[in-house]
Ligand binder design. Structure first.
Ligand code: CP
Length: 324
């Protein structure tokens, strides 16, 4: 399959992405990663296009990397801030989207605390007969596709260098630790890692890692140490402290004792194990602070850096797709 065969206008979920589509995203991201090393790290690919950054929920990494990605592709950006928008005067989200459509927006990047909002806006764009592409930048507890894609790129890069290949992850053991049940990052990662043929293990308290998740082709562990045995990669998830009020979790101290990633625990993994975290990190809770900053172990800075190239690839593929 080649880049010309890309047929998606929206990126809302990774649930039905085919291996050849992941490969195209990885190859395109690698090309843009090379562009970003040039003295002038910019290309005219999306010149004249408008990218609306519609973040109805807080974000540091996703919002800034999408904005930088759009600018590196020479697109114009519209920065929508809900706090200072007409949403405060009662305008609906769909009317907000239609307002931005009327300004000839070509791509909408949407984050919202409620699952399904990007899908709703994409459906409305299609119903109106527009060619606008919608990208889910994290919706509620549903999915965070570009986070999983940048994680995938980072993992494959570790295994196959500057030209990351999906097949490099085949049978590699990846352990995802934490609140899987409520994590949009975990859900998207499970889809992409399974598509790559990775051996995916989930670990956390039974309240947050239900056995039913095994239907997704993964292994469930309620004890961390057995899960970590011979792991190639460990991905710690941000602990959402509001889950404590909902009695899904014991105290943070107890959580760290049972499920926190420490240097001692990483000794159970393979010798060259690497640690990932989507951020923001609760240092000393999901993972000890020294590990986050250890360049021999932590891939966190690589994840953030790769986020720009991967989001350039997604904007490029959706923004230039010839849908037949
Ligand atoms: N990983 C992630 O989505 O981080 P932000 O909330 O800062 O965008």
């Amino acid at each position: 399959m080649t880049l010309n065969q890309w047929q998606r206008r929206h990126l809302l979920s990774l649930a039905d992405l085919a291996p050849w589509e992941y490969d195209i995203i990885l190859q395109t991201s690698a090309s843009f990663a090379e562009v970003l090393t040039r003295p002038t790290p910019k290309v005219p690919t999306l010149q004249g296009k408008v990218v609306a950054l519609m973040f109805f929920e807080s974000s540091t990494r996703t919002r800034n990397s999408f904005e930088l990605a759009a600018k590196r592709l020479s697109a114009d950006t519209l920065n929508f801030s809900p706090g200072t928008s007409a949403l405060n005067k009662g305008e609906t989200i769909l009317d907000t989207a239609k307002t931005l459509l009327a300004m000839n927006t070509n791509l909408m990047v949407i984050r919202h605390a409620a699952s399904g909002v990007p899908q709703q806006i994409a459906q409305e764009c299609d119903r109106l007969g527009t060619n606008v592409g919608v990208i889910n930048a994290g919706d509620g507890q549903h999915e965070h596709p570009t986070q999983a894609l940048l994680d995938l790129f980072t993992l494959c890069q570790q295994l196959s260098g500057s030209s990351p290949q999906l097949q490099a992850l085949q049978n590699r053991k990846v352990v995802i630790v934490g609140d899987i049940l409520h994590s949009r990052v975990a859900r998207s990662n499970i889809y992409s890692l399974r598509a790559a043929g990775a051996d995916v293990h989930l670990a956390g308290p039974p309240t947050l890692v239900p056995r039913e998740l095994e239907a997704l082709g993964v292994h469930v562990h309620w004890e961390l140490d057995p899960a970590l045995k011979d792991a190639d990669f460990v991905m710690a998830l941000r602990l959402q402290t509001e889950r404590m009020q909902q009695h899904f979790l014991p105290t943070l101290r107890e959580y760290h004792r049972e499920y926190g990633i420490t240097r001692e625990r990483l000794a159970l993994c393979r010798p060259h194990v690497k640690l990932l975290h989507p951020g923001p990190v609760n240092r000393g809770v999901e993972v000890t602070s020294d590990l986050v900053d250890d360049p021999q172990i932590s891939l966190v800075p690589h994840q953030v850096q790769n986020g720009v190239a991967v989001r350039m690839a997604v904007l490029y593929l959706l923004g230039t797709a010839k849908i037949t």
